[in-house]
Write a protein that binds this ligand. Structure first.
Ligand code: CA
Length: 374
């Protein structure tokens, strides 16, 4: 959608018009049940228009694409009566202020990652991911089928926000380093862009941590304001061009083994939605989530091949980095739990499920991957 079209609300007028046409067609065709049944929106005439603020640039068709799929599906399922207009990072608010924008009802819905806001409540990280935590399938199972989302919703109730899982990148890469790393010692003193709890762990390992939104990272790395950055994985990283300014590409992103993105909805706006629109929003958010993960799994393999062909050096994190990071991660989680009963409640519940999931995935899935993926 062209930006000027959105700014003028042009799509909105078109959608309203076609919804009206559909309703009129339904009425005119009352003699013909087949046609009337096919007219979309005839029974859901209430018009709702929401603005969506994303934390991500529209150039990332994987992550930002989740917001576009949500908007398209909601419109399609309501004959255009329920409109969601997505705006990329910076158009309405900066990428890291999406939660505030939803809380204050500047926008009705946001597309973001809960762990960006751990300063508001450290326990919000469990909605996204935790270092050495669950992979994408495990995080989805916990949130949607094993009680996780209920615990997350308790946290967000304080902010007048309802959250919905909105996609997952899968296990991320460890990121781009201007210099090679031989051991844990080489990490000390580096300046790295890394958000969330992963940033807290890196601090423990001696790294100076910065949180920058996606659109700001390349320049900082190019100018040498930072020495390293993580972002997502081959497909998105290639688009942002990090390989042009940093040669060494490390894996795995142990701080993001399966980060779940979220749609945040303002509670008042949600409560005002007709129940049928709430059901449609839920279904559309699930389709958006599945689409995001599928795109990553399809687009990352050829992107990695292109990066390697361009001269990128692939590196596995040294064992002492992995071991120190896992120990620091555990200690941070335990310290946070000791300091706050609310944090302890969600951490213990999550930890119990993680242990069970790891036992199960450590059998068939792991044996298959170890043998077949090599
Ligand atoms: Ca990342």
């Amino acid at each position: 959608m062209p930006r000027e079209d959105r700014a003028e609300g042009g799509l909105g007028r078109r959608a309203f018009f076609s919804a009206g046409l559909a309703a009129a067609a339904g009425t005119a065709a009352a003699c013909c049940p087949k046609v009337r049944a096919a007219a979309p929106g005839a029974h859901t005439a209430q018009r709702v228009r929401w603005r969506l603020a994303s934390s991500f640039p529209s150039s990332l068709d994987t992550i930002y694409g989740g917001a576009v799929v949500l908007a398209e599906r909601v419109a399609a399922m309501t004959g255009g009566a329920f409109e969601i207009l997505p705006y990329e990072s910076g158009e309405i608010v900066p990428g890291l202020q999406v939660m505030d924008a939803v809380h204050s009802h500047t926008v009705e819905v946001g597309q973001t990652a809960s762990y960006y806001y751990k300063g508001k409540n450290p326990a919000l990280v469990f909605d996204t991911c935790v270092p050495f935590g669950m992979n994408a399938r495990q995080q989805a199972a916990w949130l949607l089928e094993d009680g996780g989302l209920e615990l997350v919703h308790e946290l967000f109730a304080d902010f007048g926000i309802v959250t919905f899982p909105g996609g997952n990148t899968g296990a991320q890469m460890g990121g781009w380093f201007r210099e090679d790393l031989g051991s844990l010692e080489d990490l000390r003193g580096l300046r790295m862009r890394i958000p969330g709890l992963g940033g807290d762990v890196m601090k423990e390992l001696g790294v100076t941590v910065q949180v920058l939104a996606g659109g700001e990272i390349y320049q900082a790395l190019e100018l040498g304001t930072i020495d390293a950055t993580e972002w997502v994985g081959p497909y998105d990283d290639e688009k942002l061009g990090f390989h042009k300014v940093a040669r060494y590409y490390f894996y795995p992103g142990w701080w993001e083994p399966g980060p779940s993105l979220s749609f945040f909805v303002n509670r008042e706006a949600w409560d005002r939605l007709p129940p049928s629109y709430q059901a449609i929003f839920r279904a559309a958010s699930q389709e958006a989530a599945a689409t995001m993960t599928n795109r990553y799994d399809a687009k990352n393999p050829p992107a990695l091949e292109r990066l390697l062909a361009a001269g990128v050096e692939l590196r596995r994190f040294p064992d002492d980095v992995m071991q120190a990071a896992r120990e620091a991660s555990r200690q941070i989680l335990e310290d946070n739990a000791a300091a706050d009963a609310g944090y302890a409640k969600i951490y213990r519940a999550w930890e119990t499920k993680r242990a069970a999931y790891f036992r199960w995935f450590g059998a068939a899935e792991l044996a298959y991957a170890e043998f077949a993926f090599r």
